[in-house]
Write a new protein. Structure first.
Lengths: 236, 260
């Protein structure tokens, strides 16, 4: 589904991605982990075409994505920071995104129900709290039912009830055979929803395998400790 | 592009600032007409306000909108639409809503004071169209500055500096150079220099149309000769148009290369 070869990106003197080779198969749920500033978001944004890599190729469904935009039709993306035009109402924003994508075949009603957004539909976006905005953000992402989903810090600002709904939601999307990419700092969340793990450090991939395999290599049953083991090994 | 334009515009016309801006022009229009009792004199006063204020508002609104919608722009960038249509759509949304505030805000008071009966109709239309063009020019430059500067404070600073340069400093340098080189024939130089500043160009255009070029002295005569005829008018409008097209072209190029 996604094939990345030898991806490099620097911002000025700051080398963010330093030769990433990554292949993600259809139907996999992959967590991209790494410390702050390790290049997770840059990698995701390169896949989406928001960051222009210095070198390297990205193929999605066997097509090179360089300078293309149409392939994004098959990707649902949840950005890290949710901020919307303040004078629009929630309902209008949902309509707007549908209109821009030119896709009316959506399922937002179900997600409005799941995240309890009904009372907010007629409210202006500038009047919503951070958590509620994140829920709107989630509805905007999931309503299109595309083959590939990319979630950048999906849990930020969510209350425990919504977090459980989100986990259920991801599980049901997984069952449909979708390819899902997630970045998160909440280890328990990652352990629960993901099968595979890609660990990035200083713009390079340090680990790329299943969570089970990580635990075996680290000889550690606890996932967080296994990750910590990976980090200490990387820093030595 | 038109979808983005539609929603940017829709968002902006419901913003409080659009109404403040509109109200300001309404008050200004009524106040000037009330004090002047004469439409053509009011047009002159209005020109002085418009050539300074419209660029300032366009600049500030443009940068402010650009930086405020940064996160939302990122969301739009991940949608299946080309980059240029996002920025052009947002740009036209801002420029059109600002222009509407200007046109309605000044149009209503002038209509109330019997614009159609007066012979200043053409002057007034020229005033509104140069005002609209100045809005488009300075909003485009504000967007370009926003795209080129990740840092909000720097972006704001450059945008204000650009306005200050065009509105005040340019004239200063121009005057000083006229004094220093007064021994030489400067008509063509001053004509040329005027073309390179959209604010000066608009001002000269309106002054000439109002037939008070005598105020400009000797150079005024040269200007009159150049701008007074149809081809002069054509050249100035074309130059103002270039002032919109060139920044837009640079903006499109910049947006294509940028990392978000």
């Amino acid at each position: 589904m996604i094939n990345i070869t030898n991806l490099h990106k620097n911002f000025g003197v700051n080398q963010v991605l330093n030769g990433i080779d990554l292949s993600i198969k259809k139907g996999e749920t992959v967590a991209i982990l790494g410390p702050n500033g390790s290049g997770k978001t840059t990698l995701i944004k390169s896949i989406l075409g928001m960051v222009r890599p210095n070198s390297g190729e990205i193929y999605i469904a066997e097509k090179n994505v360089k300078n293309k935009w149409d392939y994004r039709r098959h990707i649902d993306y949840l950005p890290q920071i949710a901020n919307f035009p303040g004078n629009l109402k929630v309902k209008e924003l949902i309509g707007m995104i549908k209109d821009i994508r030119g896709n009316d075949n959506t399922r937002e009603d179900r997600f409005i129900e799941i995240f309890g957004l009904k009372p907010f539909l007629q409210k202006k976006l500038s009047h919503l709290s951070g958590g509620t905005k994140q829920k709107v953000n989630l509805v905007l992402t999931f309503m299109f039912d595309s083959d590939m989903i990319i979630l950048d810090e999906p849990t930020s600002g969510l209350d425990p009830v919504s977090l459980i709904s989100l986990k259920k939601l991801i599980a049901s999307e997984k069952e449909k055979g979708k390819t899902i990419l997630i970045t998160s700092h909440i280890m328990s969340f990652v352990e629960e929803v993901c099968d595979k793990l890609v660990f990035i450090l200083d713009g390079k991939i340090y680990f790329n395998d299943t969570i089970q395999k990580l635990k075996e290599t680290a000889n550690e049953e606890n996932f967080e400790k296994a990750i910590a083991h990976l980090l200490t090994r990387a820093y030595v | 592009m038109f979808k983005i334009l539609k929603y940017s515009f829709y968002d902006l016309i419901r913003s409080r600032w659009s109404y403040v801006y509109l109200l300001f022009y309404l008050l200004l229009g009524f106040a000037l007409l009330f004090l002047n009792e004469n439409i053509s004199k009011a047009v002159i006063t209005m020109m002085n306000v418009i050539t300074i204020l419209v660029p300032l508002i366009g600049t500030i609104f443009g940068v402010m909108y650009f930086y405020n919608s940064k996160e939302f722009t990122e969301l739009l960038l991940a949608l299946p639409i080309p980059r240029s249509s996002i920025f052009l759509g947002q740009y036209f949304g801002v420029a059109i809503s600002l222009s509407l505030s200007l046109i309605i805000g000044l149009g209503v008071p002038f209509l109330c004071y019997g614009l159609f009966q007066s012979d200043s109709m053409v002057d007034f239309l020229l005033l509104l169209s140069t005002g609209t063009m100045l809005t488009f020019i300075f909003t485009a430059i504000a967007f370009l500055i926003g795209l080129s500067n990740e840092n909000k404070i720097k972006g704001f600073g450059y945008a204000i500096l650009f306005w200050l340069f065009m509105a005040v400093i340019y004239d200063g340098i121009f005057l000083i150079s006229l004094i220093i080189f007064e021994e030489y024939p400067l008509d063509n130089l001053s004509l040329f220099a005027t073309l390179f500043n959209p604010i000066d160009l608009s001002r000269v255009l309106i002054l000439l149309k109002l037939d008070i070029a005598a105020l400009l002295g000797y150079t005024g005569a040269v200007f009159q000769k150049f701008f007074g005829n149809i081809s002069g008018l054509f050249v100035s409008f074309f130059t103002l148009l270039l002032w919109i097209i060139v920044p837009l072209f640079l903006m499109k190029r910049k947006a294509g290369k940028k990392d978000f």
